[in-house]
Ligand binder design. Structure first.
Ligand code: IZC
Ligand code: ZN
Length: 421
């Protein structure tokens, strides 16, 4: 077979090779490091991964692109599996409020927060949203992200705006190298018009919105913001059970601020992931481990909210919860596309080892999007999504934080990002 791209002499090739399922406990520390590694790519697939030189049977010719991997790190493409990617406007005005001690839920309760982004998203045209989101995707890609999840949730009762968000995501999935996986999150806040009757909004989501999202193929997942003053555990169960019946896979924003029992609910109804988990109970964590629910942790959000409270990643890993990591990119509680910074936070603040961080940001992120068979590790037959970092080893990327270490990104077998020298 003739290779289109060969990366050779790779000082540190982290394959994250292993079973195509979420990795737990010590599996999270096995990252399949190969020194002097070599990778061959044909079309959009990896056709060889090994050490030293290419074996017989993998040919090259004058059209093969050779990349030198000396002094480089190569990892699977990073997966950012929790973002609120498509939105209008920005909320830097909340920074001053937070510095004075205002809390996220207080700002939301007062009609700001998510509600102000709903207005900005309603007011933005499809093209404006498309252009803004495209810029974010370019930024994510530059940090090594090759697959991203995108939630709706800035239309709420204005379902046309929810659809507009999901259609922007769908169009960019076609137009931009980064793959986008869509999540319907109409249950993101109680809209003002339903303030006195939130149950009626739950009914509308269940009976009107979810069926349309499913029938029009607008999303793969359904997510609910299960939080004090937003959606209760019972309402969340109700919405996600309906979503399941319509073939949308359930995810939940669980125990981000208050300990409501979101982690327990995620285990009870078989969510693919429960995300945030800053205030998750010990029982909830145990239940998630038993059911294999992925704990998707978002340390950038705790940092931004200035709460001083972070998810207990060590406990989750020790109990056997498969842990993933994401930016939570959104205009209110984590306005950053920088997945590398989140990886540093995960290590420095959550005390995850660099190996655990890499697993969480690749195969476990892929699993939280139900894509673990196709992406998340560098193995023969998987999609050729990988990042070449200008770094002596992976630890260095985590340790030397806040900057961009990406040298090149290969997506679907094509070089789609290169650092300017
Ligand atoms: O716009 O505030 N937490 N939803 C739940 C968010 C953060 C996004 C936002
Ligand atoms: Zn979120």
């Amino acid at each position: 077979m003739r290779a289109d791209i060969v990366i050779k002499n790779i000082d540190n090739l982290y394959t994250v090779k292993g079973p195509n399922r979420p990795r737990v406990k010590e599996e999270m520390r096995q990252v399949g490091l190969i020194n002097n590694g070599v990778i061959a790519i044909k079309d959009d697939k990896i056709i060889y991964v090994g050490q030293g030189v290419l074996p017989e049977g993998i040919e090259t010719d004058e059209n093969t692109i050779f990349i030198d991997g000396r002094n480089k790190v190569v990892t699977p493409g990073l997966v950012d599996s929790h973002t609120h990617l498509v939105h209008g406007g920005s909320r830097e005005n909340e920074l001053a409020m937070k510095l004075k001690g205002a809390k996220y839920l207080e700002i939301l309760e007062a009609g700001g927060g998510i509600h102000s982004t709903v207005k900005a998203t309603q007011n933005a045209t499809f093209q404006e949203l498309y252009n803004k989101t495209r810029k974010s995707l370019d930024s994510m890609l530059s940090f090594g992200v090759t697959t991203v999840e995108a939630k709706s949730g800035y239309g709420l009762d204005d379902f046309d705006t929810e659809i507009k968000q999901m259609e922007v995501a769908r169009k960019l999935n076609e137009d931009h190298p980064v793959d986008i996986v869509s999540t319907f999150m109409g249950a993101h806040a109680i809209p003002a018009s339903y303030k006195d009757n939130p149950e009626a909004f739950v009914l509308r989501i269940k009976n009107d919105m979810i069926p349309q999202v499913a029938e029009r193929g607008l999303a793969k997942f359904c997510d609910v913001f299960c939080e004090k003053g937003v959606f209760s555990v019972d309402q969340t169960r109700d919405i996600l059970e309906t979503a399941k019946r319509w073939g949308l896979l359930p995810k939940v924003h669980a125990d981000e601020i208050e300990s409501l029992g979101g982690a327990e609910l995620a285990a009870e109804i078989g969510c693919v992931s429960a995300d945030h988990l800053v205030a998750a109970s010990d029982r909830g964590i145990k239940m998630m481990a038993e059911k294999g629910v992925i704990g998707n942790l978002l340390p950038g959000t705790s940092f931004n909210l200035q709460s001083g409270k972070f998810a207990d990643a060590r406990k989750m890993i020790e109990e056997g919860v498969p842990v993933a990591l994401s930016t939570d990119y959104n205009p209110g509680s984590c306005p950053t596309e920088n997945m590398q910074l989140i990886m540093s936070f995960a290590s420095i603040i959550l005390k995850m080892t660099p190996e655990e961080v890499l697993t969480a940001a690749t195969i476990n992120g892929a699993a939280s999007l139900k894509l673990e068979e196709k992406i998340g590790s560098i193995e023969e037959g998987k999609k050729a999504d990988l990042v070449i970092f200008d770094a002596p080893n992976f630890e260095y990327i985590i340790y030397h934080f806040g900057i961009n270490h990406t040298d090149k990104v290969i997506k679907n077998g094509k070089i789609v990002f290169e650092k300017l020298v």
